[in-house]
Design a protein around this ligand. Structure first.
Ligand SMILES: Cc1cc2nc3c(=O)[nH]c(=O)nc-3n(C[C@H](O)[C@H](O)[C@H](O)COP(=O)(O)OP(=O)(O)OC[C@H]3O[C@@H](n4cnc5c(N)ncnc54)[C@H](O)[C@@H]3O)c2cc1C
Length: 373
């Protein structure tokens, strides 16, 4: 039973955002900039964002050569350049919004490990392709760093460095985002699940449950920022969930890697975090099972990652896994995120694939702009 005060002040909004991941946070914050008086609420069903934004590896990337080569099988060179630019610009927008120190940004460069003989002319080809965006060479051969990084020189034949990639600290980034939302007077309701919304002539009704209590909120505008969970509202959108697995080891005594490292066309990735090794990916090994929104550890993938760690990444230092987790991404038949109006009052920002750290702030900016005009 709601009071008069609750009905008039706490359940009516100008903007409700469903999903408290980084797209939802970015949407709310950017909407505030053009709508200083607006009442804004974010609804998040988890205690923390419980999709991908607190589960990821913190790579601020736009693509290794193998990854971009794979993209070129599905898109034109022009489309690829647009996508790379969007990822890179998204990373810059994230850094500009929250500040490098608050998100633990390190401009350490990205590295791609090759385990087969590489035709080195590919480096030049991709540098030429990306020159209109970066005005200088993006990639260079860094194979002389294979040994100093402690990798198996039997397994790793070539290392290619991308000077424009870096890492952030995912936990710090989400905290900084949440603090900024608070500073901007944005209310966040956690453990609050939205069940359905109903668009009326003068508003949108949003049905929620918070700790077993059901109620209806009313809003002028609604942003759907539920990424892999979007089919609940929009089953016809081209969105397939993709679970990803990550682990960190106990603190290591040997090499402290500097860089964000990828292999298997970006399906696998690793880096150092606070003196530990973080390793993840491998979804390509069992895509069917991993096309799910359920959390869980795929033992086959986990075993393959542990094997790579022992045999290729750290053959000379025995490392023990300390913590394993999973998160859920959203994929589709194309690599572009979906940013669009669903109706006059409702907009969608979703399907960020494995590049949402780079793309998420930009997608939120775009969703806010769609709802403001
Ligand atoms: C293991 C892993 C590693 C990754 N590594 C990287 C990386 O290194 N670099 C990179 O760029 N990207 C990476 N990504 C991808 C990136 O994290 C995502 O693309 C990005 O976080 C997506 O943000 P989002 O806000 O769209 O989605 P999410 O973070 O999934 O947010 C959606 C939110 O909606 C909430 N929600 C869903 N349904 C409801 C409902 N009915 N009511 C209320 N709330 C609801 C969910 O709980 C969730 O918190 C990784 C992802 C994973 C899983």
């Amino acid at each position: 039973m709601l009071s008069f005060w609750e009905t008039t002040q706490l359940t009516r909004f100008d903007l409700v955002v469903i999903g408290g991941g980084l797209v939802g946070l970015s949407t709310a914050i950017h909407y505030r900039k053009d709508n200083p008086e607006a009442r804004i609420a974010i609804l998040e069903r988890g205690v923390f964002p419980s999709g991908a934004s607190t589960k990821n590896a913190g790579f601020l990337c736009f693509g290794s050569i193998d990854e971009l080569s794979d993209h070129l099988e599905e898109m034109t060179q022009e489309e690829l350049l647009t996508l790379v630019e969007r990822r890179y610009r998204g990373g810059l927008r994230l850094r500009e919004l929250l500040g490098d120190q608050r998100i633990g940004y390190e401009p350490c460069g990205g590295y791609e490990l090759h385990t087969h003989q590489l035709d080195h002319t590919v480096i030049e080809r991709f540098n030429d392709m990306l020159r209109p965006l970066f005005a200088e060479n993006v990639y260079q051969d860094a194979s002389h760093e294979i040994q100093s990084n402690g990798f198996s020189s039997d397994r790793v034949t070539t290392l290619i460095r991308n000077q424009f990639e870096g890492v952030i600290h995912t936990g710090k980034m989400i905290r900084a985002y949440q603090e900024m939302a608070l500073e901007h007077g944005i209310m966040t309701f956690t453990q609050t699940e939205c069940h359905q919304y109903y668009e009326k002539e003068d508003a949108v009704d949003v049905e929620i449950t918070h700790l077993g209590e059901r109620m209806t909120l009313s809003t002028q505008k609604l942003a759907l920022c539920t990424n892999a969970f979007t089919s609940r509202w929009l089953p016809k959108e081209d969105i397939t969930p993709g679970r990803g697995l990550v682990f960190v080891t106990k603190p290591r005594k040997g090499v402290d890697l500097r860089g964000c490292f990828h292999y298997n066309s970006g399906y696998n990735y690793f880096r150092s975090v606070e003196g530990r090794l973080l390793l993840g990916g491998g979804r390509h090994l069992d895509k069917e099972t991993e096309s799910t929104t359920d959390p869980g550890i795929n033992q086959h993938i986990y075993n393959a990652l542990v094997r790579d760690m022992h045999e290729m990444i750290s053959p000379d230092e025995a490392l023990d896994v300390d913590q394993v987790w999973s998160g859920v991404m959203a994929f589709g038949t194309t690599k572009e995120p979906i940013v669009k109006k669903v109706s006059d009052r409702i907009a969608l920002g979703a399907r960020l694939g494995g590049m949402g750290v780079a793309l998420g702030t930009e997608v939120g900016f775009d969703v806010a702009a769609l709802l403001t005009t």
